[in-house]
Design a protein around this ligand. Structure first.
Ligand SMILES: [Zn+2]
Length: 305
């Protein structure tokens, strides 16, 4: 006999989210304005709806193509998760990894690469939502941390394009450690007087928001991107209040002082290049190293590394 009866009904499953990625086909229906858009028009506008400016999701590679002037050099391409917890939920983690690799052609949810952004040699980490929700496990953390270390060695600025559901549940506490690891590397980048720009895209949530996504010298976001830590339903149930309109969207966050810029994707590259120049980056990067106070800053930072 049960002592307590469950009187409350279990929570209803959340309504299925409209896909934000551009589907295959000649014509695409925009989730923002419900109009049909010719697929080739979208390519010309970097997947932004020409009618209502809805920003469709970009893959990690498309993002690099948008930012870099031309070719880029990729690093740590073959790092792959070892499934340290031998984790299984409705499906084994190994099977999820396999499916992610097959659908994206990547080994994990981030690409790190260096190349020129309007002539400025920059280290960019670009997250892929299509790979287990862009979640951050050991591989993502290691790749980003190494990218920052490389940027320090080569005296390059860093740009991280965030697109993630947060830390990767299937790697448990190890994925949470990545938050500290990346933040530590960013602190060293800061001590070396090198700029870091965070670009928050739809969606940036959980452990990614709670760590490196909010640590930029400039925190920029795309319009209407979902940015938050916990989901709105969880917050609503905790504080027992209805949340305001547009809660956890870029425009709401900039009003509350959580972001510095909301930038249309079509201007993102120019804005990043301008911000990097403003913060002292120039091309080629060797020119930065020649300035004396910077060299001192590096020497100061040495005992901590
Ligand atoms: Zn539209």
């Amino acid at each position: 006999m049960a002592w307590f009866k469950k009187t409350r009904k279990p929570m209803a499953a959340p309504a299925k989210e409209k896909p934000s990625r551009v589907p295959e086909g000649l014509w695409v229906k925009c989730p923002g304005c419900s109009q049909a858009i010719y697929n080739k028009d979208l390519v010309a506008t970097f997947n932004v709806c020409p009618k209502c400016d809805h920003h469709f999701r970009l893959s990690a590679t498309e993002r690099l193509r948008l930012l870099f002037d031309g070719e880029w050099t990729e690093y740590d391409k073959d790092l792959v998760s070892t499934d340290p917890l031998v984790f299984t939920d409705t499906k084994s983690y190994k099977a999820r990894l396999k499916a992610g690799i097959a659908s994206t052609g990547m080994k994990d949810a981030v690409i790190v690469a260096s190349g020129a952004i309007d002539g400025i040699e920059t280290m960019v980490a670009s997250m892929e939502y299509g790979f287990i929700g862009g979640s951050m496990g050991v591989v993502v953390g290691e790749k980003i941390a190494r990218a920052i270390e490389r940027a320090i060695a080569a005296r390059m600025p860093v740009v991280i394009v965030c697109c993630s559901g947060g830390a990767r549940m299937m790697e448990g506490a190890r994925s949470l450690m990545q938050m500290a690891k990346i933040c530590g590397a960013l602190a060293r980048l800061d001590r070396a007087r090198l700029p870091y720009i965070a670009v928050l895209t739809d969606p940036t949530t959980g452990g990614v928001t709670a760590s490196f996504a909010m640590l930029g010298d400039v925190n920029s976001a795309e319009p209407k991107a979902l940015i938050g830590f916990a989901g709105p339903r969880v917050i609503e149930q905790t504080i027992r209040q209805t949340l305001p309109e547009g809660f956890q969207r870029s425009e709401f966050l900039i009003e509350k002082g959580m972001l510095d810029l909301v930038v249309d994707r079509r201007e993102m590259k120019a804005v990043i290049a301008n911000a990097l120049r403003f913060m002292g980056a120039s091309s080629p990067p060797a020119a930065i190293a020649a300035v004396e106070p910077v060299a001192e800053a590096v020497a100061e930072a040495a005992p901590f590394t």
